[in-house]
Design a protein around this ligand. Structure first.
Ligand SMILES: [Zn+2]
Length: 662
């Protein structure tokens, strides 16, 4: 999700500039306190549940899944009937849940995100009260199960707001599966599930978090049943879906997966333009917003209704939109070669937007570049048939991601660049967390931080010659840390202080990926990053897998880096002390005034313009030093300038003291 807005960051930047000016006037020489022995980072110790997974062989200490790695699978069949006027959704759902774990499951857990809209539901954001789910049938293994207060014996089900437990009549054995059947209905909130779904202006519905979904049972934590409170996002397992949306005729439905019956819902001319778009590199207007008259946008249906059926495999969720007044633009974009046949694969790019959002005329272009770029940068080719962006003014202002689908605000006021950026961001989420299935509920930074990093990379590609987006992110990091605070990233997302939570999920971890890239160098970083993405595609990496993957890729233990930046909230402030010439050398003193140890990379410039590089290795600081010296030969042209970290690779919180000039 993209809700942690540039507006806030802009205000912080202004604050940051003032604070830095004040800093610069400080006579910040070394004091007794700064030369005293410093704290050094401890090794990262994975929690016991992760260590147990390593000893059982489902995880490793090299960052790859273990030889005994397993994960669950669920296959969904859902029929959803939408009353577009009354704004209700009625569903009939069958889940076949496959237990691939070595454990016997007496109870299975589901997530009921819509129940965040129950009156008494615990929440960390405000939410409209719609009442949530009303169940008319719950069955397991073909047997109806009653609602029950006590699931310790006998079959039954219990609902605890956004969590549902079902105890089938017999346990689900390893290698076995259970069929769950649920019939339900609820009132669709206007801006629901934390402004991630809902309806707008009687011409748009966007359904997400719309059906009872299996909670994840994984090899590390077992059932992950943390409730949905509104803020922290989602952890979902993989599976297949076949779902049918029963909608009034005249409404165009688009959703995650392949539309399997287009000729039964779309008129021949619309269908023909849609198929042409799939072969076109430039946008084709499949349907204009004014073209939704009776029988024009869709076929006529029996009793005025049509059934749209979608099928998706290897996805962790499905969402769908319904519109009766949107422009529908589409084209294709290349994603590289997915398999060994040497032929470039293409993906259908779609945009559904209302005339009130004119900047969306560029959306297909933005989406084409984003999907193509992310496919190359991550090394994981976009695996699905389409990517569809839906304009959702009144439901949301920012953007929200779902497999193959995104919902984004109009961005009329924020401008074209902001609309591009949010698009590159939401489409970046197709990789993290849609393909690389991280637990966002606990570790938002594994999802949002990585996605901000990928967004910045795409931005630099789209706006060649514009100021570097990674450096902009780093400046936002610095001003936030200097003015607001600094969160510990391993703290679970819902447990972050509210004012630090967005920063913990987005800016800090994105900045740290850039720092890691600077630390390891481009080649090692990119090889490791892509390897991590490919290795964990359609699986569930934990923070320690990420750390271990980079330790392995770097060929050295980086615990000092993980501990400093992810476990602790330490900051980097390296400063130039003195530069003195005497004898044969010019001696440069670097002071480490912050708490984060990082290598100090120096660029030394002489009067004749020649330059030399020196580095104080991180081991110097890890050994407890607060200051260190390097020297260059004094002979020849005098040293006129020394700069620490001239490429701004690392997030130094006071760059004013990084430069010495004669
Ligand atoms: Zn996001």
């Amino acid at each position: 999700m993209k809700r942690w807005s540039p507006t806030l960051a802009g205000a912080l930047l202004a604050l940051g500039a003032a604070a830095q000016a004040a800093h610069a006037q400080d006579p910040a020489g070394p004091t007794a306190a700064t030369v005293a022995r410093r704290a050094v980072p401890n090794p990262i110790v994975a929690p016991r549940d992760f260590q147990r997974a390593v000893s059982r062989g489902t995880r490793t200490i090299t960052g790859a899944p273990g030889p005994r790695y397993w994960q669950q699978r669920a296959d969904y069949r859902i029929r959803a009937t939408v009353d577009a006027a009354a704004k209700t959704l009625t569903g009939s759902e069958t889940i076949t849940y496959h237990n691939r774990s070595p454990d016997t499951l007496r109870i299975v857990w589901l997530q009921l995100m819509q129940n965040v809209h129950q009156a008494e539901a615990p929440r960390n954001e405000e939410a409209e009260v719609t009442g949530g789910y009303r169940f008319t049938r719950v069955a397991a293994g073909g047997q109806p199960v009653p609602e029950s207060e006590d699931l310790r014996s006998g079959s039954g089900y219990a609902v605890d707001f956004t969590r549902m437990a079902i105890r089938p009549a017999s346990p689900v054995l390893p290698g076995d599966s259970v069929r769950l059947e649920l019939d339900w209905s609820y009132k669709i909130p206007q801006a629901g599930a934390g402004a991630r779904m809902g309806h707008s202006r009687d011409n748009l519905l966007y359904l997400a978090y719309w059906y009872p979904q299996m909670a994840v049972y994984d090899d590390v934590v077992g059932w992950q049943t943390d409730p949905f409170l509104g803020a922290a996002e989602f952890y979902m397992g993989y599976g297949s879906y076949e779902y049918t949306v029963d909608a009034p005729e005249g409404w165009v439905v688009m959703g995650t997966g392949n539309l399997t019956n287009p000729e039964r819902v779309l008129p021949a001319d619309v269908l023909q333009r849609w198929r042409r778009a799939a072969q076109s590199d430039t946008p084709v207007r499949v349907l204009g917003a004014g073209g939704f008259g009776a029988g024009k946008a869709t076929l006529r249906g029996a009793n005025g209704r049509l059934q749209w059926t979608f099928r998706a495999d290897s996805v962790r969720d499905v969402a769908f939109s319904m519109t009766r007044e949107s422009n529908w633009d589409a084209a294709r974009t290349p994603v590289g070669v997915r398999n060994g046949d040497g032929r470039t694969d293409y993906v259908l790019i779609q945009s559904l937007w209302r005339a009130t959002a004119p900047r969306w005329a560029n959306m297909v272009k933005y989406s084409q570049q984003s999907i193509t770029h992310h496919s190359g940068f991550t090394g994981v080719r976009y695996p699905w048939p389409h990517m569809t962006a839906v304009e959702g003014e009144e439901i949301m202002g920012g953007g929200m991601e779902y497999p193959m689908m995104t919902l984004i605000g109009p961005y009329n006021a924020q401008g074209d660049t902001a609309l591009y950026s949010v698009t590159a961001h939401e489409l970046g989420h197709m990789w993290f967390p849609m393909i690389i299935g991280v637990d966002e509920r606990r570790y938002g930074w594994m999802d949002e931080g990585t996605t901000n990093f990928n967004e910045n990379e795409a931005f630099n590609d789209f706006y060649r010659g514009a100021p570097n987006a990674h450096l902009r992110e780093q400046r936002q990091y610095v001003s936030f840390v200097n003015n607001v605070g600094d969160p510990e990233l391993l703290r679970w997302t819902d447990l972050q202080q509210p004012n630090l939570s967005g920063f913990a999920s987005y800016t800090k971890p994105a900045t740290l990926l850039s720092a890691l890239r600077g630390l390891l160098g481009e080649e090692t970083f990119m090889r490791t990053y892509r390897n991590y993405a490919r290795t964990w595609a359609f699986k569930h990496p934990k923070p320690w897998d990420f750390f271990n993957a980079f330790n392995a890729g770097a060929g050295r233990n980086l615990d000092w880096f993980w501990s400093t930046w992810y476990k602790e909230a330490w900051t980097l402030d390296q400063a130039l002390g003195s530069v003195t010439s005497g004898g044969a050398n010019t001696v440069i003193t670097v002071e480490d005034r912050g708490s984060a140890p990082m290598p100090a990379r120096l660029l030394v410039t002489r009067q004749d313009g020649t330059t030399e590089r020196r580095e104080i290795p991180v081991e110097t600081w890890l050994g407890g030093a607060r200051s260190a010296t390097v020297s260059v030969p004094r002979g020849g042209s005098p040293v006129v300038r020394v700069e620490i970290d001239p490429t701004s690779s690392f997030p130094d919180v006071d760059r004013a003291n990084n430069v010495w000039t004669r």
